[in-house]
Write a protein that binds this ligand. Sequence first.
Ligand code: FES
Ligand code: FES
Length: 165
Amino acid sequence: MKVELNVNDRMVEIDVEPRKTLLDALRDDLRLTGTHTGCEHGVCGACTVLVDGAPVRACLMLAVQSDGHEITTIEGLAPAPGELSVLQDAFCETHGMQCGYCTPGMILTAHALLQKNVTPSREEIVDAISGNICRCTGYGQIVEAIEFAAERLARANEPRAAAAE
Ligand code: FES
Ligand code: FES
């Protein structure tokens, strides 16, 4: 079946079997391998992408269901090739990753949180990422990274005069 979708601000058309997941279509057909394959049954969150801005497990969605929707993968968050978003940079600075397997899903989940809540509390951050499993970090540095990014984004949005006070 032909599926037309917007991936990272680019319209693409793919030809997929009806049973193919969005996860496999992203990785195999579009070569967007930053979306990781983990449990493949909706538990770990490694495959998280944004569908129309909301975090979705790509292993639980069929590619045909994404027809006409906007998909954002980790490759779509960087402002330019070779650059990192504020959130990605915060993960690096706070050591919010070790093996990195959960990291794309964590960052996309956190990105969606910060899009709708620019000043999340620690509890809100913990709640937002509660569906994403990390086997390495113990979560402390991941929460710290998201707090750090939220602070930086808030400072960047302050009017110049207020920031100079
Ligand atoms: S691979 Fe999709 S939730 Fe684990
Ligand atoms: S950094 Fe290894 S699974 Fe999270």
